[in-house]
Design a protein around this ligand. Structure first.
Ligand code: SER
Length: 318
C-alpha cells in the first residue's frame, strides 16, 4: 500500500480512515475523494483531495491513473435507513459505485478494500453467535446490496485475481464524525445527547441487541486486514467483526456511571426497528481472529469513557 485512494472520504469511516492512513503512509500518498467538498479547515485538506462521484467511472479511472494508485479503499455508500427510503438510488449508488471501483481494481491491478456489514444478514440467519458462513437472506435494500457486494468481490478475486478484502462491520461508534442514516446510529447519538442534553430518546427499542465497535478498532482492523498475508485469508469477502453486543439500556447504564442523572426514553422508529430486528444479536468473530489476528481493544465501559470525554472536550473548544 504505497498510493491509496479512498472514496467516501467525508463519511463516518472515511473521515478517520484518511487521517490514519496518512499518518501511516504519508500525507501525499493518500488521495481522499468524496462527492462533496470538505470545509477548508477539515483535516482531510491536509493531503490531496479530489471531488468524485463514484458512479462516474471515467473520472474514477482518471484519478487512479493520475495519482498512480495501487490500493483502493471504497467507502462511499448509503447506509441502511437512507437506502430503505430510496431503494433505487441506493442500488445505483451502492452497486454502481462498487462495480466501478472493482473495475478500476481489475484494470489497474489495485489491492482492494470495501466494507460489508451485519446488514448482510437477515431474519432467517441464526441470531446468536452468528457463524462466519451462514444463511444470508437480508430483507433491506442495504442488505441486498451488501450480499451482492460480498459476492461480487469474491467473483473478482476468483475470476480476475483481484486482491479483494472485506469485513462485515457492526454499528461503528465515533465522536469524530456522526453517521448518517444508519440503523445503529442510536448508539452514537446517545453519547452526544448525554453530554449536551442529559437525556436521549432512542428510536431503537429496549432489549434490541446489535453488534457494535469503537471506530479506532474498526480503522485498526482495516489496516491489519490490508497488511495481512493474503494466503491466509480464507474468508476474505467478508469477515464477521464485532467489539461488543449491546442494547440501549446497557449503553444508558454505562453512561450513568459518569452522568448519574442521565435519562433514556423511547420513541421507536418502525423502519429502523424492523431492520434492527432482522439483524443478529451477536456474531462470531473467530475467523477474523484466526486468519489475520483481529483483536478489538474497546469494550462498552472503555468506549463510554472515551466517547464522553471526547464530546465534552469538543464542546469546550467550540
Ligand atoms: N451502521 C450500519 C447501518 O446501520 C450498519 O452497517 O446502516
Amino acid at each position: 500500500m504505497k498510493k491509496i485512494m479512498i472514496t467516501g472520504a467525508l463519511g463516518q469511516i472515511g473521515t478517520e480512515l484518511v487521517v490514519k492512513c496518512r499518518a501511516l503512509y504519508g500525507n501525499e500518498n493518500v488521495l481522499a475523494t468524496d462527492i462533496r467538498k470538505p470545509e477548508l479547515d477539515s483535516p482531510i485538506m491536509e493531503g490531496p483531495f479530489e471531488i468524485l462521484d463514484v458512479t462516474d467511472r471515467d473520472r474514477m479511472f482518471e484519478l487512479v491513473e493520475t495519482f498512480k494508485v495501487d490500493t483502493m479503499m471504497h467507502m462511499a455508500a448509503l447506509l441502511s435507513a437512507t437506502a430503505e427510503k430510496n431503494p433505487l438510488f441506493a442500488w445505483d449508488l451502492n452497486m454502481g459505485g462498487l462495480m466501478n471501483a472493482l473495475e478500476a481494481a481489475r484494470t489497474y491491478n489495485l489491492k482492494f478494500f470495501t466494507p460489508s456489514s451485519i446488514g448482510a444478514f437477515g431474519p432467517s440467519t441464526p441470531k446468536v453467535n452468528t457463524p462466519q458462513v451462514t444463511i444470508q437472506r437480508p430483507t433491506s435494500m442495504y442488505g441486498v446490496n451488501k450480499v451482492a457486494g460480498e459476492l461480487l468481490c469474491q467473483y473478482y478475486f476468483d475470476k480476475f485475481g483481484v486482491d479483494t478484502r472485506s469485513v462485515r462491520f457492526p454499528g461503528l461508534i465515533s465522536h469524530v464524525k456522526e453517521p448518517g442514516g444508519g440503523t445503529t446510529d442510536y448508539a452514537v447519538e446517545i453519547y452526544f445527547e448525554a453530554v449536551r442534553e442529559g437525556k436521549y430518546t432512542s428510536f431503537i427499542a429496549e432489549n434490541t441487541f446489535m453488534d457494535m465497535m469503537f471506530m479506532d478498532d474498526a480503522i485498526d482492523a482495516i489496516i491489519k486486514l490490508m497488511e495481512a498475508d493474503g494466503v491466509k485469508l480464507i474468508n476474505r469477502n467478508a469477515y464477521n467483526l464485532s467489539g461488543m453486543s449491546i442494547e440501549p439500556e446497557m449503553v444508558a447504564a454505562a453512561i450513568k456511571e459518569f452522568y448519574p442523572n442521565f435519562e433514556l426514553a423511547y420513541d421507536v422508529d418502525p423502519t429502523r426497528q424492523t431492520i434492527a430486528d432482522s439483524w443478529p444479536d451477536n456474531i462470531d468473530v473467530s475467523c477474523a481472529r484466526a486468519e489475520w489476528g483481529f483483536e478489538p481493544k474497546y469494550d462498552l465501559t472503555e468506549m463510554t469513557k472515551v466517547m464522553l470525554e471526547a464530546i465534552e472536550h469538543k464542546d469546550k473548544v467550540k
